[in-house]
Design a binder for this molecule. Structure first.
Ligand SMILES: Nc1nc2c(c(=O)[nH]1)N[C@H]1C(S)=C(S)[C@@H](COP(=O)(O)O)O[C@H]1N2
Ligand SMILES: [Mo]
Length: 168
């Protein structure tokens, strides 16, 4: 489900801010982001309430690439994903690295549609899909595990679909 659809940025006014406890904070505009190495990413996804979708195909930049770019401090083990419309989701960095998650700009061979989070969204299928923020605008690296939108409303802080961690 989506909590209201915000006025989403077009690619001309889109940017991704990578900040927090990092060596080199950066703001990437659309061109800079698209100059990063991209890869295809096939995965199953699990919404918290009802559905799963098997074998979805995304294209985007590995979180590992972004981590290498900004170099988070060793104690910065948490990430707060920030999206248009004040949507946030908190994740553990360890669930995003080692090829487990991407910032996607493509879906099923086409540019990611605005409905599904375009220009760019997080795809972190290790966790329930509410963590995969659409209309992504920033990743904030921190030693603190700030709660995101759904987590504040009582959804599970971690959200492991295999343990059915839906609600606290
Ligand atoms: N910015 C934002 N991202 C979001 C949401 C939202 O409300 N706002 N909903 C989440 C939830 S609960 C799900 S299941 C998926 C839905 O993604 P889809 O619309 O591409 O199927 O987006 C997630 N990301
Ligand atoms: Mo969801």
């Amino acid at each position: 489900m989506t909590m209201g659809t915000p006025a989403t940025a077009g690619v001309a006014d889109w940017s991704l801010t990578l900040d927090g406890e990092v060596e080199r904070p950066v703001v990437l505009d659309w061109a800079a982001f698209n100059a990063l190495p991209m890869r295809d990413f096939e995965t199953d996804i699990h919404c918290v309430t009802k559905w799963s979708k098997l074998g979805t195909r995304w294209r985007g930049v590995d979180i590992d690439v972004l981590v290498e770019l900004v170099r988070p401090a060793p104690e910065a083990r948490f990430v707060l994903a920030k999206a248009d419309g004040d949507y946030t989701a908190n994740l553990r960095l360890a669930d995003l690295t080692a090829g487990q998650a991407i910032v996607a700009v493509g879906y099923e061979g086409a540019p990611l549609s605005a409905e599904h989070g375009g220009p760019a969204r997080l795809v972190a299928p290790r966790l329930y899909f509410w963590k995969s923020a659409k209309w992504l605008r920033g990743l904030h690296f921190s030693q603190f595990d700030y709660k995101g939108t759904w987590e504040k409303l009582g959804y599970h802080n971690y959200g492991d679909p295999w343990k059915e961690q839906r609600y606290r």
